[in-house]
Design a binder for this molecule. Sequence first.
Ligand SMILES: [Zn+2]
Length: 626
Amino acid sequence: MPLTVGQIIVNDCLPEEFRDYERVLDSNGLEALLQRIAHERPEIYSDVTKRLMDVGNDAAFDEGVTLRLSDCETGFDKTPYLKIVADAEAAIERDKSLTPAEKSEALGEVYSKAQASIEKGVFDAELKKRNQLALQVASKARGSKGQLASFISTPGSFPDSNGKTVPMFIQHSFAEGLSPAEYWAGSYGTRTAVVQAKIATAKGGAFGKLLSQSANNQVVVEDDCGGVNGVPMPLDDDDNLGAVLARDAGKYKAGTVITKSVLADLRKDKKLDEIVVRSPMTCGCKSGVCAKCAGIRETGGFPPIGYNLGTNAASAFAERITQGALNTKHSGRLASGAGAYQGFPMFTSMAKVPKSYPDKATLASVDGEVVEVKDAPQGGKYVFIDDGSNEKKEHYVPTGYDVLVKPGDKLEAGDQISDGVINPAELVGYKGIGEARKYWAQRFTQGIRDSGMKGNRRNAEVLAKTLINNVELEEEDAAGLPGDVTTYNKWAFSFKPRPDTKVLKPDAAKGMYLEQPVLHYTIGTRITPSVIKTLSKFGQKQIFANPNKPAVTPFMQRVEDSNAARDDWIARLGTTYLKDRIVEDAQRGAESHLHTTEPNPSLAKGVEFGTWGQPGSKNKSELFTY
Ligand SMILES: [Zn+2]
């Protein structure tokens, strides 16, 4: 790379050890540089950012950017793609077997593939020409590849206000000028985007607040709970960085902090595909979390005692979501095949678990073998599962969803049989709290990333822990009366293994229920072949198993109600439906305590706020660990 004046000016702002004259300082590069400075030299961070900002301001004032007419033209030839689209359109139109809805979906797919190729082609060609607009996109200063293609080549297709593809591939760019019909087709998406921009900030903010309310008692309460449990996670997930190994992996012992070099080393071992990491979801603290299970935070170290992990995790997502929701203003909602399973509606559904869950995947309701898949008369498919009883169990997969199983497949209750998004509230019932939390953390993070935002899985784990954390008691026990709803954590800590519990090898416990948590599986998890397989994979020799299910029903509440089972009545005032909560609490004679992980009581009393767990703080008696 040639040495530019810009490189010299930027590097002059930095201390010697951070200078690099070969570096490309686009948005990712800048973020990486600032992160390094924050970790290695936090004392100069504010100084350096100020100097870099001044360089940016000066450059914007002195230089500006000149757009040439030639920047509004592209050398990229779109005609082969327009021909492919026209041929596919004709074929879809001729196909008598397709319903109008299927035609629209097929068109959407053709358009989105063609548009993706055009966007890439235009961007690559223009970057080579050093087109000013393409350079802005490359630096991430402004605009996206899609917007560049819309401006100088073609916007492709748009959805209407209901998100359905408008059946017309727009051939002209904004620079060339649209025909009236093309303009009209595009106006739907544009109007939707304008409306969305008006409500996005409010929606994103409100959602962030709900997540934060749900997680705000996840305070770091001690250095190390000594917990031996953890969650199996794919080794290729970079979000393992900063977590602590819960089980030995390769040559590394449990307790090792996963750094870049540890991760790179582990990945050399071709036999390893998953590692077990400690997680807030499996932390052994009765309330709050320990620093080791929280892992290395943004500061580059373990969080100090008193650090509110929950609030930090919630706001990390809320910021991205609000910003990301706003970004739709610039792009419109371009139609694409996978689009249905991402974006704001997808991840709010994961937290609000509405009764009619959008894009819901069909799950197996029983263990058994798939014996038949056939067309349903009303459209869609029926999948029949033989669970050994007299009647084969019928499962309906609606039109528009692919069936993912075939006759002969062996399934467990809760396994996915069609594409779509698994409703986590449904999964809890089949597979238990532990498995549902793991799914939630991974799928939520994936949804955020699919929507073009950044999100760390380890933050999602904190949210999963608080969102999927309710049990209803079937019998009276230490945690309450039959019908009472309490948190899983509170119930689990008062739960003692029952007399008929056996210590068994995992494969000898098939069909029984876990009496003690192991890996990410929670108490009461049904020991199925897949659970046994996972336990064996990670060398679990013995488990506590009981032939009978514990007398609780685990379930997931919507985020608005996830706090409802908290004990502290002042903490519950930080939620919704306050009148109902106060009436309930008055009936129960509920208490509130200053010295717990709940921030609201301290805030309400205005005393000792923020001093919890600090040196000199006396009352730790309400916090127990394993
Ligand atoms: Zn812990």
